[in-house]
Design a protein around this ligand. Structure first.
Ligand SMILES: [Zn+2]
Length: 62
């Protein structure tokens, strides 16, 4: 198994990264982190006047 040495597991999600794949590894942990960051930022934004207005406006249009 000569290819084995060229494989490494992602330290975050444990997925095997194949160097021959040619595509950079998109880590699900990074995606989850980005989603969590977005949700936190969105929750903070909802507390701002423009966020409150947008939430009120969206509810009104429903
Ligand atoms: Zn990963």
């Amino acid at each position: 198994m000569y290819g084995f040495m060229y494989r490494a597991a992602c330290p975050d999600c444990g997925r095997v990264i194949d160097a021959n794949e040619g595509e950079p590894h998109v880590c699900v942990i990074d995606v989850r982190r980005a989603v969590a960051d977005f949700e936190a930022a969105f929750a903070l934004w909802l507390e701002t006047p423009s966020g409150r207005f947008a939430a009120w406006d969206a509810a009104r249009r429903r």
